[in-house]
Ligand binder design. Structure first.
Ligand code: NAD
Length: 329
């Protein structure tokens, strides 16, 4: 089992990591699940005495204030006081929304992230960003708040659908492209089904954790993590509004392809990235840039009316705060 130290909490990774789930000292404990994590992941958790289960509907379309209402009502109905704990057992939706609900309930109760998708393991569970969607806009309302612990056990990946695994893999690809040429070489030279997940998860978390520790509130360095996400979030919002949501990772990969086009990488590197993505992932149709502009103009990172991109300068390095007017796109 590996321990990765983050801000004021630890991330435990490995087959025995669930042994770190310590609920002693809490007056009440709730486990937040959805239908899939209740069926596939809850049986793998150790028995937690006196805990209650809060089950919500699965999917991004339920990452809303209405679902938070339901969670807060359950906590209130079961008399959860400020010394209570919420364990978020699920993907990024459960982690983001459960963390948000916990951090605002009675001005904040403790929460533990037990990510069960690859995306949540390598990305969403690390870094303290919590949010819900609002009015069709992704992560429009939220806050920064750290969990007590993050517990990552790759065993949960066994029941994850292949498309979800690939969706999470998009963030691994991003981590390699923005900071780690060696990881990129490993990814591009190993068949997807031959990858060593525990090793990939460890490297990926270390990359994210190092960046987050250097800049917890996204004033500079943390913006590196936004590579692929400016177009990616616009694409995600576009499909959400149409009522046909795409997976976060699919949107990020489409975003990476669009943002590589405006990056400073050589044509050869551009082709290398494109070929790798297009031959390993089958992606939905990429919307026209003009259809994405309304969403880009609402992006939280915009500055003085310009769209803010993190762009590659090479494979393994990037620059932040590249501003483009809508005409320049
Ligand atoms: N906070 C952050 O820094 C951050 C970073 C990246 C993404 N996110 C957020 O993460 C969310 C996406 O997360 P996601 O891709 O994990 O999606 P998700 O949480 O919707 O999970 C995907 C699907 O997999 C199911 N599932 C989860 N674990 C399973 C398992 N072990 N076996 C079988 N089924 C399982 C879920 O029920 C769901 O249907 C987005 O809302 C995104 O904004 C947050």
């Amino acid at each position: 089992m590996k321990e990765i130290k983050s801000d004021n909490y630890s991330i435990w990774l490995g087959e025995n990591s669930l042994s770190k789930l310590d609920i002693s000292g809490y007056s009440k404990v709730a486990i937040l699940v959805d239908k899939n994590t209740k069926r596939n992941c809850l049986p793998k958790l150790p028995q937690l005495e006196n805990s209650i289960i809060i089950e919500i509907k699965s999917g991004e379309e339920y990452k809303t204030i209405n679902t938070c209402n339901f969670i807060w009502k359950q906590l209130t109905a079961h008399h959860f006081d400020r010394n209570s704990l919420l364990i978020n057992l699920g993907g990024g939706v459960i982690g983001d929304m459960g963390g948000f609900a916990a951090s605002t309930y009675k001005r904040g109760i403790d929460f533990i992230q037990v990510p069960t998708t690859l995306l949540a393991m390598v990305d969403a569970s690390v870094g303290g960003k919590l949010a819900i969607d609002f009015n069709g806009l992704k992560n429009q309302v939220g806050l920064y708040s750290n969990p007590e612990l993050v517990i990552i056990n790759p065993i949960f990946l066994q029941t994850l659908a292949e498309e979800e695994l690939k969706s999470g893999f998009a963030e691994v690809v991003k981590h390699a492209l923005i900071t780690d040429k060696n990881l990129w070489k490993e990814l591009t030279s190993t068949a997807f089904d031959k990858l060593n997940w525990e090793a990939i998860i460890l490297t990926s978390i270390q990359i994210k954790n190092k960046i987050v520790l250097s800049d917890p509130f996204e004033k500079g360095n943390r913006k590196k993590l936004n590579f692929g996400h400016t177009f990616g979030h616009a694409i995600e919002s576009y499909y959400l509004e149409k009522g046909t949501p795409v997976l976060h990772g699919e949107a990020v990969l489409m975003g990476i392809l669009l943002e590589v086009e405006i990056s400073l990488v050589s044509q050869e590197q551009n082709n290398e990235i494109k070929n790798y993505i297009l031959s390993n992932f089958s992606l939905p149709f990429t919307p026209k840039k003009s259809d994405l502009l309304p969403f880009l103009m609402n992006d939280k990172k915009n500055k003085v009316g310009k769209i803010n991109f993190t762009l590659l300068t090479n494979i393994g390095s990037c620059s932040v705060d590249n501003l483009f007017s809508t005409d320049e796109l």
